[in-house]
Design a protein around this ligand. Structure first.
Ligand SMILES: [Zn+2]
Length: 236
């Protein structure tokens, strides 16, 4: 490459030339510096548009078990789909920029929900300390921090603890899932400041809703809170 061309070209373009960044969903080379997934994958995302319906499918499912104020999922989840690949990259490959990217999109959708009530605290579903040690990060951290920033809320990763390192929910039926997540969460510290506040519980994907239900039941031990739930994706 001629030197004069390198001089007028932004450094990021030169870095891209040697280490091309690829789409988190399909692996194709990215043309745009600001994206983490390519244009084709971005336009093909299966949005739920739940923000346009506050009695959406997720709300209907969860509110039969727990008294929630609202429920929102950004995308529909299907096996072997681009959504599964994106979540895999976020959860196991430490691509926290995915959390940041989708946090902004989620916040925009949530803000446009009919009857939107501001959240005081944003609470990620926690990892057990043992898992935190082996993985090194909670994949929901950046997503929650971005949501908090965009929605003017406080991201709080200390209120809820995971006290039992339960088995994976994969390959379990609905009843086994419920048993597997019973009493695995615990409130931590003085919960007085959360009383009368609106909390938003966050997870990456909702399958049967058993984990969210278990975490929500623990949060609902706090006096007079409003509780809403949001995920990046949900199984239809
Ligand atoms: Zn792609």
């Amino acid at each position: 490459m001629p030197l004069f061309f390198m001089m007028i070209n932004p450094l990021s373009k030169i870095i891209d030339l040697f280490f091309p960044r690829t789409c988190m969903a399909c692996g194709n080379i990215l043309m745009d510096n600001n994206q983490i997934i390519c244009h084709t994958c971005l336009t093909g995302l299966p949005y739920t548009y739940f923000h346009a319906d506050n009695k959406n499918l997720m709300y209907k499912r969860l509110s039969t078990f727990i008294p929630i104020t609202s429920a929102f999922s950004l995308l529909y989840f299907q096996k072997k789909s681009i959504v599964q690949e994106i979540l895999h990259q976020l959860k196991y490959k430490n691509h926290q920029e995915i959390g940041e990217f989708f946090g902004k999109i989620m916040a925009n959708h949530i803000k446009n929900t009919m009857g939107y009530i501001k959240y005081d605290y944003i609470i990620p579903v926690p990892l057990h300390p043992k898992k935190m040690k082996t993985r090194g990060y909670n994949q929901l951290s950046y997503l929650c921090k971005t949501l908090a920033e965009e929605l003017g809320s406080i991201c709080d990763e200390n209120l809820l603890l995971k006290i039992i390192n339960n088995e994976s929910q994969t390959h379990k039926n609905s009843e086994e899932r419920k048993r597997n997540v019973k009493d695995i969460f615990q409130l931590h510290g003085n919960t007085k400041k959360y009383e009368n506040k609106h909390l938003l519980l966050i997870d990456d994907v909702m399958t049967t809703g058993a984990t969210l239900e278990s975490a929500a039941k623990e949060l609902l031990k706090i006096n007079n809170i409003k509780l809403s739930i949001a995920t990046l994706a949900m199984v239809q």
